[in-house]
Design a protein around this ligand. Structure first.
Ligand SMILES: NC(=O)c1ccc[n+]([C@@H]2O[C@H](COP(=O)([O-])OP(=O)(O)OC[C@H]3O[C@@H](n4cnc5c(N)ncnc54)[C@H](OP(=O)(O)O)[C@@H]3O)[C@@H](O)[C@H]2O)c1
Length: 112
């Protein structure tokens, strides 16, 4: 069993990812604007402006699922840029591989 972090697990896409992980017996936590809204899922604030606290929230996490395609705010990131930035903040750089959607789907079924 691994610990997975799903951003916005109370949102539309995130809730399905969270449900599948929980049904598969995995542990999950979420980053959210509503950390008080917690049931089966441990919830932490995004804390993008407090990297130490963000790092603490994500301690022990094996996989991060980011449900936001483009974050809108003072800075705008591409999806790849956002994933790279989170890796930089938490000090965990990972290889990011772009694949066609169909191949990504098949790969996710095989590695499930
Ligand atoms: N649903 C669709 O049909 C659809 C279609 C095309 C594209 N998209 C895109 O797919 C993404 C997810 O869509 P959705 O329908 O699941 O949206 P959603 O229901 O609005 O959920 C988005 C979630 O993202 C979380 N969030 C807020 N700020 C964030 C940040 N800076 N970084 C990471 N997560 C953040 C929110 O968490 P809290 O609410 O817990 O604070 C929210 O639960 C969006 O970028 C959307 O534009 C969706």
């Amino acid at each position: 069993m691994s610990l997975h972090a799903v951003t916005g697990a109370f949102g539309y896409s995130g809730k399905y990812i969270a449900r599948r992980l929980l049904d598969a017996g995995q542990q999950i936590l979420t980053l959210t604007n509503s950390p008080q809204r917690s049931d089966r899922i441990r919830a932490f604030p995004f804390n993008f402006d407090k990297p130490d606290e963000l790092t603490r929230s994500l301690e022990g996490v094996s996989v991060l699922y980011n449900t936001i395609i483009n974050a809108i705010g003072p800075e705008t990131f591409t999806y790849r840029g956002l994933v790279e930035k989170i890796g930089e903040i938490i000090g965990r750089r990972r290889m990011i591989v772009s694949v066609p959607p169909g191949l990504g789907y098949v790969a996710s079924r095989v590695t499930k």
